[in-house]
Ligand binder design. Structure first.
Ligand SMILES: *[C@@H]1O[C@H](CO)[C@@H](O)[C@H](O)[C@H]1NC(C)=O
Length: 427
């Protein structure tokens, strides 16, 4: 059956019978039998003020810069280009990829914006990211790592988050934005079609919001994007994000076996910090909630990767909620409901400078999450490094002994096999 016909049938919701078995074996990573253990290279080719506050410090008290869009707009082309080139060349280097491999990780997920791939006329963004992406793939190959490429920002913004490139409204599905997103995916797939030994997966779009977007159009985009990747390469898995909808009740049945598409990975992001209720949970409740995700991720009808998660149990990290904004946890966020505690050691600083009690809680929480998220295809931590947010800094957390080495060992085994909280002092 022709690809287009299969897609048309699949899009129409008709079952497509496969003449051949699915071709998972052609992928250079065995997503059936091996666990994805990865880190995101966040804040590198797509800026996030809270990951690299030094770049945004001039606007700490205002001035209209809150994301990469306004950063490039306010600085202007040549100044923005200079600062970004310097950032790209230094924030992630070959030494990082080597260290990532040396601590037992096997994947890196690399966010990249449409503006690096398919710039849209009138945008202020600057280009030049792709040579660094090429390098990262070369370094990953040298280190024995696999790469998940991740289109993190779409024109118009798919979620209005600053990490989409542009904070504010959601306008991804208006005008030519969706076709331009598909063109960006095509550029990505074409550029790395001969690197499928390393680039084992491409994520069509990070965190498209289920609010402010039409889900039927999003699903059509997923089929079209899958087609763009698949016509270019049969050896690349296609990653779709769950749009913050239930990975089982909403997504089971979509793009599953029998829908005419193959090698699809569902990406879900698990954070317990973006509501008042969640930042109000105690460490035992955070562990319990992490464990409860285990059966959830285990029960999907397609591969599932927890593509983002963190050691943080609060939203204390400076600017995590946006440049200049405070935290729900200490009630400094606009409209925050309750004061839950102070952000000492978590607002900014180093892993070594965290409070002892926070280190202990983080260690239990991390291991519980590893237990839960390995129940399906694996996980990718957010993020490898930050300038000043300790609980999000996989590199330093590992160096400090707060992440198990090897990654499969446990100091606190069996947390998800009991309803008893194992954290000392938190019974
Ligand atoms: C990470 O470790 C490096 C090297 O020790 C240090 O310079 C940096 O401040 C640390 N950052 C965090 C957030 O822990």
């Amino acid at each position: 059956m022709g690809l287009l016909k299969a897609l048309t049938l699949a899009a129409a919701g008709l079952a497509v019978v496969h003449a051949k078995p699915l071709r998972e074996r052609q992928l250079a990573f065995n997503y059936n039998d091996d666990k994805v253990r990865g880190v995101n290279l966040g804040g590198w080719l797509v800026l996030e003020p809270w990951i690299t506050p030094s770049l945004f410090e001039p606007w700490a008290n205002g001035g209209g810069v809150v994301d990469e869009y306004t950063f490039t707009q306010v600085l202007g082309q040549s100044a923005a280009q200079n600062r970004l080139e310097q950032h790209w060349a230094t924030f992630i280097t070959e030494a990082d990829l080597k260290e990532i491999a040396s601590v037992g990780l096997n994947h890196v997920r690399i966010p990249v914006g449409y503006w690096a791939l398919n710039p849209v006329a009138g945008d202020p963004y600057v280009q030049g990211q792709l040579p660094y992406l090429d390098l990262a793939i070369k370094w990953a190959r040298g280190a024995g790592l696999k790469v998940m490429l991740d289109l993190h920002g779409a024109p118009g913004s798919q979620n209005g988050f600053d990490n989409s490139g542009r904070f504010g409204s959601i306008a991804w599905q208006s005008g030519d934005n969706v076709p331009n997103t598909l063109a960006a995916i095509q550029t990505l797939a074409n550029r790395y079609k001969d690197d499928t030994d390393v680039v084992t997966s491409i994520e069509l779009l990070n965190e498209p919001a289920n609010w402010g977007n039409d889900m039927n159009l999003m699903k059509k985009f997923y089929y079209d994007g899958w087609g763009n990747v698949r016509t270019t390469s049969s050896e690349t898995a296609v990653v779709i994000h769950d749009a913050f909808l239930d990975v089982q009740s909403y997504w089971n049945g979509f793009m599953g076996a029998g829908s005419g598409v193959n090698n699809v990975i569902l990406d879900t992001h698990i954070y317990q910090i973006f509501s008042d209720g969640e930042v109000g949970m105690n460490p035992c409740e955070h562990v319990q909630k992490a464990c409860s995700a285990g059966p959830k991720v285990a029960g999907t009808d397609k591969w599932l990767v927890v593509g983002e998660w963190t050691g943080a149990q609060t939203d204390c990290a400076r600017w995590l909620n946006g440049l200049g904004k405070g935290a729900r946890y200490d009630k400094t966020f606009p409209g925050a409901k309750n004061y839950h505690g102070n952000c000492q050691g978590k607002f900014q600083g180093t892993v070594d400078g965290m409070l002892e009690v926070d280190k202990v809680n983080l260690e239990y929480y991390l291991e519980a999450q590893l237990d839960a998220y390995e129940r399906h295809s694996g996980w990718v931590f957010w993020t490898w490094k930050t300038e000043t947010a300790p609980e999000w800094h996989f590199q330093n957390l590992t160096r400090a002994g707060l992440i198990p080495q090897p990654l499969t060992s446990r100091k606190h085994p069996g947390q998800c096999d009991t309803s008893t909280c194992m954290i000392p002092g938190n019974q």
